[in-house]
Design a protein around this ligand. Structure first.
Ligand SMILES: [Zn+2]
Length: 111
């Protein structure tokens, strides 16, 4: 299967031939161009990496929620220290991942 990009909205489709009209913006078939194989491979790798980032982002959101429960319970200073650090790091990782995904989008590494 090859990849085709709509020249109007930028959507990338994994199809053997371009659709009659773009499913996203409705542009006609002739607005689509086939993506060369080396670029198509890079898009597949970018998709994988982006999916990994998003899975880790979900986990970090969960870590922050769990840590907050521990902070609220506040059993003893040792627990509070760990939960506080875990929450800080989980929130920091969320911001790092969002910034990285933003650079992927800006560089067109999103398809
Ligand atoms: Zn389109």
């Amino acid at each position: 299967m090859s990849k085709w990009r709509c020249g109007v909205c930028g959507i990338v489709l994994d199809v053997d031939s371009p659709p009659e009209v773009c499913p996203k913006c409705g542009a006609p078939k002739d607005k689509f161009s086939q993506i060369p194989e080396d670029q198509a491979n890079l898009i597949d790798r970018s998709r994988l990496s982006n999916n990994l980032h998003m899975e880790i982002l979900d986990i970090m959101i969960k870590v922050a929620e769990l840590a907050q429960k521990g902070i609220d319970d506040n059993l003893d200073p040792g627990c509070l220290k760990i939960f506080t650090e875990a929450k800080e790091q989980a929130v920091l990782f969320q911001q790092k991942i969002k910034a990285e995904l933003q650079t992927h989008m800006n560089r067109g590494k999103w398809g």
